[in-house]
Design a protein around this ligand. Structure first.
Ligand SMILES: [Zn+2]
Length: 230
């Protein structure tokens, strides 16, 4: 198997409806798939995706992964609740045929050694955020990502790829409608995806979903050949 030179993943946290409404189409035009981490407690409420939206995305190649049931900071709740927060989502996902429940994104990126100890018993991988990295040791339960809110910010990171790098681009909502600070505009997301596709066509990188990354890279232990950019 030939490994991709660099790996890029496109993550959307918290399950905003705008990801299904705009994000999906923007990525699809460039033949790309993303990974969504919905807050299950909020699915179908207000500006959040429904379970049907999530099924739609998965049916079109996206990974739908675990962001816990209620998005509580895991460093602040009991062991039992951490377990339940993950298990609720696994059960819910199972009943809707969603397959990415074993891949976690820590709510607010928060974790510590105790959290990792519990999470590692039911999850294959856990992702954090740049500002929440504990130390500099990157392992399967402290996978870093970079929050992106503009095309210019994306350019700063993408230019760091040198071969054998992985970067996880983290977004929340898409378009101007949301109050979120980490919102990306439709035009900037289009520019980012166009640029990624161009780089992909010239073999600089491959864009993978979380499940593809696991199947193609981690399962074979090839992830050790890569360094994360964060
Ligand atoms: Zn979140």
């Amino acid at each position: 198997m030939t490994l991709p030179k660099n790996i890029v993943m496109i993550h959307f946290d918290d399950g905003y409806k705008s990801v299904a409404e705009y994000g999906y189409s923007i990525l699809s035009i460039q033949n790309m798939k993303g990974t969504a981490f919905p807050i299950c407690k909020w699915t179908g409420i207000g500006e959040h995706m429904t379970m049907h939206d999530l099924q739609f995305l998965q049916n079109h190649g996206w990974s739908i992964c675990n962001h816990t049931f209620s998005h509580e900071s895991m460093t602040k709740i009991s062991f039992g609740r951490i377990r339940n927060e993950i298990a609720f989502v696994l059960t819910l996902f199972q009943s809707y045929g969603l397959t990415g429940g074993m891949f976690l994104a820590y709510p607010r990126g928060l974790y510590d050694d105790k959290v990792i100890n519990i999470v590692s018993k039911s999850c294959l991988l856990a992702r954090t955020t740049r500002g929440s990295m504990v130390g500099k040791d990157i392992g399967r339960y402290n996978v870093p990502s970079v929050g992106i809110s503009s095309y210019n910010q994306y350019c700063e990171y993408i230019e760091k790829l040198e071969g054998s790098n992985i970067i996880i681009l983290l977004f929340h909502s898409v378009g101007a409608s949301s109050k979120r600070a980490t919102n990306i505009s439709i035009s900037d997301l289009m520019k980012i995806c166009r640029d990624l596709n161009k780089r992909r066509k010239s073999n600089q990188l491959e864009v993978l979903t979380m499940e593809e990354y696991y199947e193609q890279i981690m399962k074979e232990n090839c992830d050790s050949e890569y360094t994360y950019i964060w």
